[in-house]
Ligand binder design. Structure first.
Ligand code: FES
Length: 375
């Protein structure tokens, strides 16, 4: 086997040349007995070519054909046009081909890698190794950490790049053959946004319900009370309007007792508060011994004078009018004497006063016999 040069400094052309040289040397030295070595060399060469192509891409942007596809196309072209190379390439064809069948030209990366793996496992058990590409893959994966342990420790960046490459590998590796359509992707139904569960307003509803139970009946009760009160007030007002507006007063005629109860020369104030009269027994007016009923209303502005026993006169507290015992005014603003009410001796001998009748001295009415009782 030829010595593997520094991989990172290899170009695509170097890698291809190295692959061809490896294949040619393997066939010339051990054409039949070392298919495994050839296959492993091919596989390693292809891996080196892929890695170099990927590593070379950012370092040498001027060189365009650095992808795996380009490398494979170049390898196929060289294999088809190399003159003495088709025989060697045909020996590295995939093991899936039947024994004795004409060698087929590799058409895809998968086929080429499968052929390389089959060649690597080929010595005496080539079909079994070809039937198990997964084992070869595991071997390849196991070789990677071994190589890393040998001295080339991958950095984190490289490991992340390798992980991303591995993750994206199926999509890249799934090469759709020409003429076939890529299977349509299954439409992913849009996710429905989760509805936020509404909080259970049980406690709040219960409180609101209880408050309504307390407030609403109270409001209705207040309304009913107000309506009933208003209706009752209007009913009472209507009833009072229907009743007659009568001033209840004591009867105008009333008995004050026998004439002997009133001594001569005295003024009785017994009926002043209850009936509004003074009973006077006197002979001061024109010399007649009579009993009269004098009104207690001042003839000035209607006040109630007081009988002053010591001064023997009626004195009005409002403006100072003064009246003699027989009722004649003599001082103050009173313009006329006090008035008399009708008085008579009833059938039972009692004095009977009639307040509905008035007798005025200035009009000569005191001469009327109904205005006095002569004793
Ligand atoms: Fe009696 Fe004026 S009311 S004096």
């Amino acid at each position: 086997m030829a010595e593997i040069p520094d991989r990172k400094n290899m170009t695509t052309a170097d890698i291809l040349a190295f692959c061809r040289a490896e294949v040619a040397s393997a066939q010339s030295s051990a054409p039949e007995a070392e298919p495994a070595a050839e296959a492993s060399a091919d596989e390693e060469a292809w891996e080196v070519a892929e890695e170099s192509a990927q590593a070379e891409a950012p370092a040498a942007p001027a060189k365009k054909p650095t992808s795996t596809k380009d490398i494979l196309a170049a390898a196929r072209a060289s294999a088809a046009g190399g003159g003495d190379k088709p025989a060697e390439k045909a020996s590295a064809k995939p093991p899936t081909a039947k024994k004795g069948a004409p060698a087929a030209k590799p058409t895809s990366t998968k086929d080429i890698l499968a052929a390389a793996r089959a060649s690597a496992a080929g010595g005496g058990d080539a079909p079994a190794a070809a039937a198990k590409p997964a084992a070869a893959k595991k071997k390849q994966q196991a070789a990677a950490p071994a190589a890393a342990g040998s001295g080339e420790k991958p950095s984190v960046k490289e490991m992340l790049a390798a992980f991303r490459e591995e993750r994206s590998a199926p999509a890249v590796a799934e090469d759709v053959p020409e003429g076939e359509k890529r299977p349509p992707k299954m439409p992913v139904p849009p996710r429905k946004p989760k509805k936020k569960p509404l909080p259970e307003p049980v406690a709040q509803d219960r409180r609101a319900f209880l408050a309504a139970l307390l407030v609403i009946p109270s409001a209705f009760a207040a309304a009913w009370v107000m309506l009933a009160t208003t209706t009752a007030a209007w009913g009472l007002a209507l009833l009072r309007f229907a009743l007659p507006n009568v001033l209840v007063e004591p009867p105008s005629k009333f008995k004050i007792g026998p004439p002997g109860d009133y001594d001569f020369g005295t003024v009785s104030t017994k009926w002043k508060a209850e009936r509004g009269i003074w009973v006077v027994h006197t002979d001061r007016y024109k010399g007649k011994n009579v009993i009269v009923a004098l009104s207690t209303v001042c003839t000035h502005l209607g006040c109630t004078p007081n009988w002053l026993e010591g001064e023997q006169k009626f004195k009005c507290p409002c403006h100072g009018s003064g009246f003699y015992v027989d009722g004649i005014n003599f001082e103050g603003p009173a313009p006329r004497p006090l008035e008399r009410h009708g008085i008579a001796v009833a059938a039972d001998g009692m004095l009977e006063v009639d307040k509905s009748i008035k007798f005025q001295e200035e009009m000569g009415q005191w001469e009327d016999a109904k205005s006095y009782v002569e004793v």
